[in-house]
Write a protein that binds this ligand. Sequence first.
Ligand code: 13P
Length: 341
Amino acid sequence: MTTQNLDTIARAMVAVGKGILAADESTGTIKKRLDAISVESTEESRRSYRDLLFSAAGAAEFISGVIMFDETIRQSSSDGTPFPELLNRQGILPGIKVDKSTKPLAGCPDEPITDGLDGLRERLAEYADLGARFTKWRGLLKIGDGMPSRTAIATNAHALARYAALSQEAGLVPIVEPEVLMEGPHTIDRCREAIEETLSVVFRELYLQRVRLEGMILKPSMVTAGSECPQQVTIAQAAEETVQTMRRHVPAAVPGITFLSGGQSEEVATEHLNAMNAVGPHPWQLSFSYGRALQQSALHAWRGKQENVQAAQAAYLHRARMNGLAQRGAYRPDLEKELAA
Ligand code: 13P
């Protein structure tokens, strides 16, 4: 794999009008999502749900790639087509989450550190064989009393860069995800400080570890007030502060920034992305790599019933379309009804 191939894949992941579906919930997280619709989490229910998303006809117009979980990349559609092939046939890039979730960080027991570097080179080679073209690793930072600590930021940034370098070595585009959690009573100023500090350390580590910026994607949190902060801010303010923060800390060589939704409602996540793109042009593409904000309506439309598959696919396609418009700065809330299936 040449560096040119990495760059080409990275650019395709942030093609204009498209973004990424994060369907890489771990077994524990997908169980929570299925519990919410009273569906038992089994290998088969998880497969059926992902099958519904991955086989939704027309998604490729708005979805450039899908991030899968280890179990999922080995599963197949109901007609026997392996999921990576199902996605490829539609022109959607198959991706894989390669971290092994978090453990408490030694010395900072209230803060998480992401596991999964041991044996990563071998696992990456296997994922490439299974058809993956890109990967994801999520570092998690909490805002609170003395948090995120310098220790947590430095340790997570180091792991993210080690992962990204190994991923590029394997010919797979890394999505570098330093998530600063939205949960908590913190103000937008605290959030911004935490994201600024984190991004500055992450890009220093990426440089030290020789990660090719043209061949990676950044997946950050947006700058917003904490979920329990009494002083909530407008969509326009969050968008403006997020854009300014990205301009300060993300080199123009990075082809794209795909935000996570982090617990924002579907429509708020779309509005934020739109507001950021409406004040472009920017040095990079600003797009989405949403989990909950692309799946919430679809999950609730499905409720585990075969007869609801079409309605669930329509709900997913609708969100994908709305976010595709937001990627171009062309979304309006009244389109929610106008373009609903
Ligand atoms: P959310 O958009 O639900 O935050 O999920 C994106 C993701 O991949 C988090 O790791």
